[in-house]
Design a protein. Structure first.
Length: 733
């Protein structure tokens, strides 16, 4: 390593002391090019010394030089007045430079006004001041320039000026003369092409000019993997350490063999970084990043961000030198549809953006899409999964979309459209859409409210459910009215109105019946400044509005529809609850069943009709079997048929049977009766009249009539049979 640094220092000294200065008018001359010097002195045509210090051989080949730097001087062909105006507004050209200061570590001495170098150089020129072509280059004379206030100098058109290192006073005069004669001239320095150029590492005292390697400004690099590879290995697209640092390969390292020493671990800049917080978007292997160096220290690189590069499909071909570009093939943009993107690949190496404005007509926007998009590990191309957050700022069609290709899970807000990568597709609707092809869940521990009632302004409280509370209040009033009517008409009242677990009690509220308790839930008010205080208000069933915000008092789901609410299922629709189920309507309730209707209760069934007014066409309760029988049984107690007016039993084509296990009694309020048991007893306080064309009385006859068999509450025989069979279940016989 010491030999290497010694060789570099020697080559730097050799390059410094073998540099030649020249001038010319070749406008294409630039650093890095080679020139052959014809008719050169013999000392320049000799070949360099050979190995071991052998003397050089004479050579007829002209010496070749490598151009190190070029100073171009061009004089405009404008008149004196425009030239003076330009010089006054833009300042003079930077021509003057003290070569002795070039390697000095203290750049404060580079002030051309401090040591009189500029004035001495101007005074040494062959041109007198006042030349209309030369003055704009060198600026006004020193007596018109301030001595120390550089800002004032710039304002007056006398900016600090620097001469190129290849120019001294005499050389500048000659180059200016050549430029004045031909309109253009240059001055350059070069060194023999066979000598390597090395920067000077120390000044004349031996002090290092740059104690540490420096890097001026940012540069681009490619993110690499564990062995310096620039392509990911399958799904391993990120290579980082536990601190989130990555490794890169700079573009000027392309000639090196890839290995694990491409760079040190490089930190990645982000929008925010804190303890356990911040933005985390690590560049992946093969992506291009912009790297800067802290304090210019090349050993302290930091990634500033990622860079898009290359030429995408339909892109414009680079045109160096101003040559005409080949017309871009824009037909690739036209192939996009609602569900198929187009022109998203790269024709030239690099990474193209997901959204762009290169197809304003074909893709229906001019760079209106912005946001974040990731990519599935190990997948590439249009079928690679991704997650994205898109902001669409198209005028009057604003949209925000959170998408995941996993099961097509999406949240779409605003102006809803189809989107295929950069293509803005057809219109789908407005508002909000939450969808997935998998399962979904909506969970809130303190309650959920869903309503189609709009709020007048967005300043209204989020939990406002005043319309729902009003409807629940109406439902409670209706239930109270009908429950009292049921009691009046001697049938069972509504548990939702009088209480389920007890009088005016419910599972939801020990001090209110179910409907009233739900009404209280919807009218709940909670503290809006402290969560614990809000929980306390909810537990106390608070409905006072002073200083509160509307929130449900219990973990309920309240659905409120302004126009209507439809529950439709292609299969089953189950309504199940642990307390009361109330179906209430202000007008009519209809149950239409295409198959069988079954109503099973554990206790009573109460039916009341006409509690408020008569039914349509004077109907109360109408039960009709359009086909087959109507069967009504009281399997453990009495069945009563009572009416204020007539009771009519009629059979159109068959007979009517009355059968009883003990007796049948037909009686009227006047005192007459017929009792049928073991015999027939006819009793009346008045006359018995029998009209018949024939009367027959025969001896005793017994005829059995089949009575229905009802299930027993406890079947002892069934229990005994189950015990003998060893079965845990007893089957009713």
């Amino acid at each position: 390593e010491a030999d290497r640094y010694a060789r570099l220092m020697m080559e730097a000294l050799e390059a410094r002391h073998t540099t030649f200065v020249g001038r010319g008018t070749v406008r294409s001359l630039r650093p890095g090019t080679h020139v052959d010097l014809l008719d050169a002195p013999r000392a320049l045509t000799a070949t360099p010394r050979g190995p071991g210090g052998a003397p050089p051989d004479d050579s007829a080949e002209p010496p070749r030089f490598a151009v190190r730097q070029v100073t171009h001087i061009g004089i405009n062909n404008l008149g004196a007045a425009p030239m003076a105006t330009i010089a006054h507004r833009l300042g003079a050209a930077e021509l003057f430079h003290d070569d002795s200061l070039d390697d000095a570590p203290d750049h404060s001495r580079a002030d051309p006004f401090a040591d009189g170098f500029t004035d001495a150089l101007i005074n040494s020129l062959d041109y007198p001041l006042g030349d209309p072509f030369i003055d704009p280059l060198i600026g006004p004379p020193s007596d018109s320039r301030p001595s120390s206030d550089h800002d004032t100098a710039r304002n007056e058109g006398a900016a600090p000026q620097r001469a190129p290192k290849s120019l001294n006073a005499a050389g500048l005069s000659e180059v200016l003369a050549l430029a004045a004669a031909r309109g253009y001239a240059n001055s350059f320095d070069a060194l023999p092409a066979h000598l390597p150029w090395r920067p000077r590492l120390t000044d004349d005292t031996g002090a290092r000019l740059n104690p540490r390697p420096t890097a001026n400004g940012p540069t681009s690099a490619i993110v690499v993997g564990p062995q310096g590879e620039t392509r990911p290995n399958g799904a391993d697209e990120i290579w980082c350490d536990r601190l989130g640092r990555i490794k890169v390969r700079f573009l000027w390292q392309q000639g090196n063999t890839p290995d694990d020493c491409s760079s040190c671990w490089v930190r990645v800049g982000t929008r925010q970084a804190g303890p356990g917080m911040g933005w985390q978007m690590l560049p992946r292997i093969g992506q291009e990043v912009l790297v800067t160096f802290l304090g210019g220290d090349i050993d302290r690189p930091t990634v500033l961000g990622g860079l898009f590069n290359g030429r995408g499909e339909g892109g414009i071909t680079p045109t160096p030198g101003g040559a005409d570009a080949q017309a871009a093939d824009r037909s690739v943009f036209e192939q996009a549809t609602d569900h198929a993107p187009a022109a998203q690949g790269n024709l030239t190496a690099g990474n193209s953006p997901a959204w762009h404005g290169a197809a304003a007509n074909e893709h229906r926007h001019s760079a209106a899409l912005s946001g974040i998009r990731t990519k599935e590990f190990g997948a590439h191309g249009r079928f690679a999964g991704h997650n994205q957050l898109v902001f669409d700022d198209t005028d009057n069609q604003q949209r925000a979309a959170l998408h995941s290709t996993q099961y097509a899970s999406q949240l779409n807000l605003g102006h809803l459209i189809h989107q295929a990568d950069n293509y803005r597709g057809s219109f789908r609707g407005t508002g909000a859409e939450l969808r997935t092809d998998a399962w979904g869940a909506l969970r809130a521990a303190r309650g959920i409210t869903l309503t189609t009632w709009a709020q007048p302004t967005d300043a209204e409280p989020a939990g406002d459910m005043a319309p729902a509370a009003a409807l629940l209040g109406q439902a409670d009033t209706l239930a109270q009215t009908l429950s009292k009517a049921a009691t009046t008409h001697q049938t069972v009242p509504l548990a939702a109105a009088i209480g389920s677990t007890g009088a005016n009690q419910s599972t939801l509220d020990p001090n209110a019946a179910p409907l009233k308790a739900l009404h209280t839930v919807a009218r709940g008010m909670a503290d809006g400044t402290d969560f614990d205080a809000a929980l306390a208000d909810a537990s106390q069933k608070n409905t006072a509005t002073a200083g509160k915000l509307p929130h449900l008092t219990d973990a309920a789901i309240v659905l409120a529809a302004r126009a209507g609410l439809g529950l439709v299922a292609g299969g089953h629709l189950q309504l199940s609850n642990g307390e009361t189920l109330n179906l209430m309507s202000g007008e009519d309730t209809n149950l239409a069943v295409a198959g069988k209707a079954r109503i099973h209760t554990g206790q009573a069934i109460g039916l009341v009709a006409g509690a408020i007014g008569p039914g349509e066409n004077g109907a109360g309760i109408t039960m009709i079997a359009a086909k087959d029988d109507i069967e009504m049984q009281a399997q453990s107690d009495e069945m009563k048929f009572q009416a204020k007016d007539e009771v009519t039993l009629s059979s159109i084509t068959e007979h009517i049977d009355f059968a009883a296990g003990k007796r049948i009694v037909l009686a009227v309020e006047g005192g007459a009766s017929i009792t049928i048991d073991g015999g027939i007893t006819v009793e009346c306080p008045g006359t018995i009249t029998v009209h018949a064309s024939k009367k027959s009385f025969s001896g005793p006859v017994r005829e059995e009539y089949g009575l229905p068999t009802f299930p027993q509450t406890v079947c002892k025989a069934c229990l005994l049979a189950a015990m003998k069979a060893g079965s845990p279940f007893a089957t009713m016989q």
